[in-house]
Design a protein around this ligand. Structure first.
Ligand code: SAM
Length: 213
């Protein structure tokens, strides 16, 4: 895997593009500028890996558009050492963005092939999140509670289990809706029974699916 000056240059431009689209958190922009996105894609995508677009990663799934990654990460208001659960590891790129911001990352993926691929790549790159193969609808009860939860696939409804596994005071970022567009939503857990919900515009995600594949 080669990360050339050319790749670095393309990354710098990508970070500027994302900044111009409204992302303000410098730590998010720094992570985008640092992480070699072309490592997460098939070599046939190397030339276009720094376009602000989603790309296929196999198993019918995608690596999200960098702007969407940045938008969700900014909404998550990541603080150093926070324990964050990501649902939908996919390529592992988003997990690396969270790690670059100092979070402790737990990420779950329902496709075994993607789980294995991300596990190998991230360890080769020196990133050490805790990765799991399983159904993100169920979260990770053994490791709960989490300070933050980030769902990176479109969910028809808020998974009850994930709300339970969020700390009081914690925040969830989740794209809500069926196939088509989803409404980016943040949910602050005020108590076991009180939640504050905010909406942040429409995005397009692959769907959150039940059961392991
Ligand atoms: N965060 C990923 C990245 O950085 O590459 C991109 C995520 S992709 C848009 C959505 C991912 O969610 C896919 O890899 C998909 O297999 C996974 N997924 C869908 N339903 C799931 C579920 N119930 N549990 C865990 N992962 C799921």
């Amino acid at each position: 895997m080669i990360d050339s000056y050319r790749h670095k240059g393309m990354r710098r431009k990508l970070a500027v593009t994302i900044k111009n689209k409204g992302i303000k958190d410098q730590r998010v922009l720094a992570a985008i500028e640092k992480i070699p996105r072309h490592f997460f894609l098939d070599s046939s995508f190397t030339e276009i890996a720094y376009q602000d677009k989603p790309f296929p990663i196999g198993s019918g799934q995608t690596i999200s558009q960098p702007y969407t990654v940045a938008f969700q990460t900014e909404l998550l208001q990541v603080e150093k050492d926070e324990k964050i659960l990501e649902v939908g590891t996919g390529s592992g790129y988003q997990a690396c963005v969270l790690l670059e911001m100092g979070a402790r990352v737990y990420s779950i993926e329902r496709h075994r092939t993607l789980y294995k691929k991300a596990s190998q790549l991230l360890s080769e790159m020196g990133y050490l999140p805790k990765l799991f193969y399983g159904d993100g609808y169920k979260g990770l009860p053994t490791f709960a509670p989490f300070d933050k939860i980030l769902v990176t696939a479109g969910a028809p409804e808020i998974p009850e289990e994930l709300l339970k596994q969020l700390k009081t005071g914690g925040l969830m970022v989740i794209p809500l809706g069926g196939s088509g567009n989803q409404l980016m939503t943040t949910i602050r857990k005020l108590s076991d029974t009180d939640f504050e919900k905010k909406e942040h515009g429409y995005f397009r995600f692959v769907p959150l699916l039940g059961k392991k594949a």
